[in-house]
Design a protein around this ligand. Structure first.
Ligand code: UD1
Length: 418
């Protein structure tokens, strides 16, 4: 498996264009089977999760063409209601296919989805929401069989504002009879983008971003061309790297309100941050002070997908930081690897106590999930000496040309293809 060799200690300078958000592109790809007409999505990042989603679409009968950074999806020949098991195991977002395939065929069969190993990640909220819309669900032999003679709008209250459950229910409700109301819906910017996409297709969805989403079922949806929002997690990762290493970078493609919680912390750490429209400029001298507490929360709180990278930054900040992970149970597997680089981290359940050290040193470390892998890269960029980050398959799931973008900012990073 590929690995990175990183010579740490360089400051980062320059501008980077942010890719379209992985977490938007995946549900939008699933949504493209809601229509027979062609769908064109621009700025689709070349990452493994997207490639796997495109494979799933192909296996259910869609025709896919890649044209530069665009994906063209023609679902007119979609014929299968079975989501292929092999790919479902690779990609948690395959679960979105449930909502859209149900809308299209009134039935769907899927195995339990995979994805990053960061906790239990149940899908009970997805399933109970679908049941409220009239879907009969039978779990048998490791498969979930869903069937609905009719999909009928309903009031749904989510016990927790799950991003995936909110998106899945929206996808199942867009062509249902009557009105669906999702209360305690997730408020993430990716939900707002899904709403915008569906409304351009002719759907009637409102309220996304505000906690209550109202979906008025329509008879028909049509094709479209669409550019998704920028990836706030990719932008956040680069901003954290530059904050930790020192330097001055500008990200283009993500409005500051989409990562306000991170920017707030980075300012407390001592960085200077300027924002205008979709641009964020960060200036850091690389000598940060700790913030006392960082707790992950649903949006607009601090994103769990930046917890690992931010914790890597805390390792060399002056003072101690308490990190609390409220979303996923086992999202600290990277911590043992950071300790190999000299980090002082104590984990107790969902809490990490990080005592900042003078410096980290280079080491051979192994990524075990997507954002944990990015955290190891952030730490290696700051560390003294050379590091090897093994097993890039995880990082490749979410970052397109990660090393190229970092190299253009001045980092000494190269990929060794194995
Ligand atoms: C999405 C993101 C992921 C991010 C996460 C939280 C995508 C493709 N992935 O994942 O990158 O880390 O939001 O911001 O958009 N839960 C249940 N039952 C359910 C569903 C969720 O108990 O049916 C729990 C989960 O275990 C977790 C919490 O709810 O503790 C949040 O999960 P959720 O918001 O659903 O995350 P994902 O949609 O899987």
């Amino acid at each position: 498996m590929d690995k990175y060799i990183i010579d740490g200690g360089e400051k980062l300078y320059g501008k980077i264009e942010i890719q379209s958000a992985k977490n938007t592109v995946l549900p939008l790809l699933a949504a493209s089977v809601l229509t027979d007409e062609p769908v064109k999505i621009r700025g689709v990042p070349m990452i493994n999760d997207v490639e796997n989603m495109l494979r799933i679409l192909t296996e259910v009968g869609c025709k896919i063409r890649r044209q530069k950074d665009c994906a063209l999806i023609d679902s007119s020949g979609a014929a299968s209601h079975e989501i292929p098991t092999r790919l479902t195991k690779e990609l948690r977002s395959s679960v979105f296919m449930l909502g859209s395939v149900l809308t299209r065929f009134r039935r769907a069969k899927i195995s339990y989805p995979g994805g990053c190993d960061i906790g239990l990640r149940p899908i009970d909220l997805h399933l109970s929401g679908l049941k409220r819309l009239g879907v009969k669900i039978v779990e048998k032999d490791g498969y979930i069989h869903c069937e609905a003679d009719r999909l009928v709008g309903a009031e749904i209250l989510l016990d927790f504002p799950s991003v995936g459950a909110t998106e899945n229910i929206i996808l199942a409700a867009v062509k249902a009879e009557g009105i669906t109301v999702i209360r305690n819906a997730a408020k993430e910017p990716e939900i707002v983008d899904l709403q915008r996409f569906l409304n351009v297709m002719g759907a009637k969805v409102r309220g996304a971003g505000g906690g209550t989403v109202v979906i008025e079922g329509v008879k028909r949806l049509h094709g479209l061309e669409y550019t998704p929002i920028g990836d706030r997690i990719e932008a956040g990762t680069h901003l954290i790297a530059a904050a930790s290493c020192g330097g001055e970078i500008e990200t283009n493609g993500v409005p500051s309100e989409n990562i306000a919680a991170l920017l707030h912390k980075l300012r407390e750490n001592g960085c200077k941050i300027y924002t205008k429209n979709d641009r964020i400029i960060l200036i850091s001298d690389g000598r940060l002070k700790s913030v006392n507490l960082v707790e992950t929360m649903p949006f607009p709180g601090f994103p769990t997908d930046l917890q690992a990278q931010y914790s890597a930054l805390c390792c060399t900040a002056k003072g101690a930081t308490l990190v609390v992970e409220n979303l996923f149970e086992t999202r600290y597997r990277y911590a043992a690897e950071l300790k190999r680089m000299g980090a002082d981290i104590t984990i107790r359940g969902r809490t990490a106590f990080i005592q900042g050290v003078e410096k980290l040193h280079g080491a051979c470390v192994t990524a075990s999930d997507l954002r944990g892998g990015a955290a190891l890269v952030v730490a290696a960029l700051k560390a003294e000496g050379q590091s090897t980050v093994m097993d890039l398959s995880h990082v490749d799931r979410g970052y397109a040309d990660f090393e190229g973008k970092l190299r253009r900012l001045g980092a000494k990073i190269r990929r060794i293809r194995v």
